[in-house]
Ligand binder design. Sequence first.
Ligand SMILES: [Zn+2]
Length: 331
Amino acid sequence: MIDLHLHLDGSLSEQDFLYLAKKEGICLGKEFPNNIYVPMDCKSLEEYLMRFDLPLQLLQSKENIAHATSSLVRRLYKMGYIYAEIRFAPQLHMQKGLTQLEVAKAALEGVEEALKECDGFEANLLLCCMRHGAEEVNMETVEVANKLKGTRVVGVDLAGAEAMHPSSYYKNIFDLAKEYRLNITIHAGEATGSDEVMMALDNGATRIGHGVHLDTEKDGPRAKKEDICFEFCPTSNLQTKSLKTYADVPLRAFMDKGIALTINSDNMTVSNTDVYQEFSHLYQTFNLNKDEVYGFLLNSINYSFTSEEVKARLRVKLKERIDKFYSQIAM
Ligand SMILES: [Zn+2]
């Protein structure tokens, strides 16, 4: 499996919570572990985002951040994943004095350490700017991504509540990212409409996080022409009330217009899911055949921000494993 849209803070395991909370002397609350998963009757994206308070409290030291990335990489490898891009916002890990560069380097360290024991698995990192973040802080995120070019930091993102902070506010930040020729993905068209996706494209995004509210008739042609890839995360969309049911995932509408899409988990813990489960829901809803599943996974490779050399290796691996992946989701 492959996950291109996976948040670190939303994907700590129960064991990570227990280990880190004990280490930090933080109480997980009587409701643990239920309080780390979002309920399906969650009301909005804003309520969904509240589930990140506790994990973020635990991820304020280099050691803990490295522990989290290392643990996630090992878990994905054990689950049979072949590639993942893990994202996080360095600015949310500065409560105890770390700089954004230190946060990113700690995350990298954890990934590198885990990969030594995950033969054949590949993982990279994306640094998120935040919609509620100050411009100079978001600028610093872009600077850090540029400084770490050539490492496993392969791009930048914009995350957070989009309804209150439209993408157009972030033009300066993404102008800088474009100047540095950084790969850009932006969360857009999740809690808002197609205009937000178009603004994200104006900002240089080549991938869109979610984008399920793209008006495929009006704006689909531009997305197709600019060869944009969409990172669908269905369960998360149901929980944030961005979509009502799996049948509302605009899978066929995008496919009919020839727009590239991928299937991702968003947050393995907060959404209590993984890419197998996401595919499984869509398999049941849309009766996906093996070629379609293969096509989505091939998109994940082709539109990933990794090197051509790694993409070539992943394509070989996908061919070898597609039968197994399909049998795992078609149950
Ligand atoms: Zn996301």
